[in-house]
Design a protein around this ligand. Structure first.
Ligand code: AMP
Length: 216
């Protein structure tokens, strides 16, 4: 099954996509993580993307589309995939549909994760992550055992440059303006399911699995 998690920054897409992919043996394709890896590697794509990312703006559609089209075609995604952070504009959704149709695949379920803005700001501003293995922590709701240190690899945690308060505001604005039209796009195609993302992690996972008909 191929699933899209749709929702504002801080909705918990990354956490839930990791869980779903792990439980089902699907690939977790997070456009933001892929871009951050490109930035870290100093690739041409990373250099082009970095300025947009640090400003809370979207990276141009053509760059994202070719990057993600390549990832959905990889053997690791043959069993199914969860898209997290992509598509983010109607042009990206059209482009994705065209690419998938060409290889006889399609999106089966789109989950819109609904979370109030106050919770989003609280989640993003307290978020820490491990640059080595991408594990995500929160200073109050899911802190690491030792402050500032990744539980899994012992490496130092970092705050994303775009989790600064002024960039958070811009990212939420970008989401409202450019990404919310996708809700109608997928509703028109009868793929959209709405889930309350402002609940305990287990409850959200169960709601997503039930919405997509993948529950146990
Ligand atoms: P995220 O980790 O999903 O919050 O993404 C971090 C940043 O990467 C975003 O603020 C954008 O600058 C960029 N980005 C991630 N996914 C996309 C996308 N689908 N389209 C355009 N830009 C993206």
């Amino acid at each position: 099954m191929n699933v899209v998690l749709l929702g504002p920054p801080g909705a918990g897409k990354g956490t839930q996509a990791t869980r779903l992919a792990g439980r089902r043996g699907w690939a977790h394709l997070a456009s933001g993580d892929i871009l951050r890896a490109e930035v870290k590697a100093g690739s041409e794509l990373g250099r082009k993307a970095q300025g947009f990312m640090n400003a809370g703006a979207l990276v141009p559609d053509d760059l994202i589309l070719s990057m993600m089209a390549e990832h959905v075609s990889r053997p690791a995604a043959a069993n199914g995939f969860v898209l997290d952070g992509f598509p983010r504009t109607p042009a990206q959704a059209h482009g994705l549909d065209a690419r998938l149709t060409a290889v006889n695949k399609r999106i089966d379920c789109v989950v819109h994760m609904v979370v109030p803005e106050a919770s989003l700001v609280r989640r993003l501003s307290g978020r820490w992550y491990c640059p080595r293995d991408n594990r995500v922590y929160h200073e109050t709701s899911s802190p690491p055992t030792r402050a500032g240190v990744c539980d899994a690899c012992g490496g130092p945690l970092a705050q994303r440059p775009d989790d600064r308060p002024e960039v958070i505001t811009q990212r939420l604005k970008t989401y409202q303006e450019l990404t919310t039209p996708l809700i109608g796009y997928y509703r028109d195609r009868n793929l959209l399911r709405e889930v309350n993302g402002d609940a305990a992690q287990d409850a959200v996972t169960a709601a997503i699995e039930s919405a997509c008909g993948t529950g146990a």
